[in-house]
Design a protein around this ligand. Structure first.
Ligand SMILES: N[C@@H](CCC(=O)N[C@@H](CS)C(=O)NCC(=O)O)C(=O)O
Length: 245
């Protein structure tokens, strides 16, 4: 199994029949979502890292649209779209369930995940595309307020209760990257990500940092910054992190 991101010219790695195989990229937050769920559910899987900037030709046989993440199932079928993959995994493998059993609670969490996509898109614009838009900053602070309030209304330290659940893991990749906003926006530098304003969220973040699945994919802010800078320079450095197998 390669621990480097495979690029054009590489050979398609042989599959391990009967085992899940995740095609991923170390800096892709959507891929991180899927890996968090695989790890939280303690599933066995192989990992293939793909260079998104210089995709191998064989990758289109796996993922016809060339998108990551892609999950190859035990029978050779392939799934795409992070939210579809994680729902499939939670339904298919019943151990360590992540969605609420109660259909209404599950539906409400899915609405929050959907709402969070505004934050996702805005962070992408701000960090990767450096798009300046007056709305960017208010989208992020509105998102923070919604999620702070939501935690206040819930019982446990996590959205999932006493343990992280699907909603916790689906928003985590962008929360791991939250500090980057301070670097790239004076609005956030001036204290909008104020720890006192978002007390619950800050406690949540500290607890999430201790979670075993989170620790497995965690990348520190300094490395995220190096990656964003390389991406902005047009030469994304995907192999910044040593990957242990
Ligand atoms: N909606 C998709 C988004 C996935 C996505 O945008 N992945 C990026 C990598 S972070 C990608 O595949 N980019 C390559 C491309 O668009 O060609 C999901 O949730 O899985």
């Amino acid at each position: 199994m390669s621990t480097k991101h495979l690029s054009k010219g590489s050979r398609m790695p042989m599959g391990n029949k009967g085992k899940l195989r995740l095609f991923t990229n170390r800096f892709c937050p959507y891929c991180q979502r899927v890996q968090l769920v695989l790890d939280a559910k303690k599933l066995q899987y192989d990992v293939i890292y793909v260079n998104m900037h210089n995709k191998p030709d064989w990758f289109y046989q796996i993922s016809p649209l060339g998108k990551l993440p892609a999950l190859e199932l035990e029978n050779g079928d392939v799934l795409y779209e992070s939210l579809i993959i994680v729902d499939y995994l939670d339904e298919k493998y019943i151990q360590h369930p992540l969605h609420h059993k109660d259909p209404l609670k599950k539906a409400k969490d899915k609405i929050l995940i959907e709402q969070f996509s505004k934050v996702v898109n805005t962070m992408y614009n701000m960090l990767m595309l450096t798009t300046t838009n007056d709305d960017n900053e208010s989208v992020i602070s509105d998102g923070l307020e919604t999620f702070e309030k939501e935690l206040n209304n819930r019982q446990g330290p996590f959205y999932g209760g006493m343990h992280p659940g699907m909603l916790d893991y689906m928003i985590w990749p962008w929360c791991e990257r939250a500090e980057l906003l301070k670097l790239f926006s004076s609005y956030f530098r001036s204290g909008v990500l104020n720890k006192n304003k978002y007390k619950k969220l800050m406690e949540w973040k500290n607890r999430m940092n201790e979670d075993t699945a989170v620790k497995k994919t965690f990348i520190d802010t300094e490395t995220h910054i190096k990656f964003v800078q390389s991406h902005r320079a047009g030469i994304p450095e995907y192999d910044l992190v040593n990957i242990s197998v």
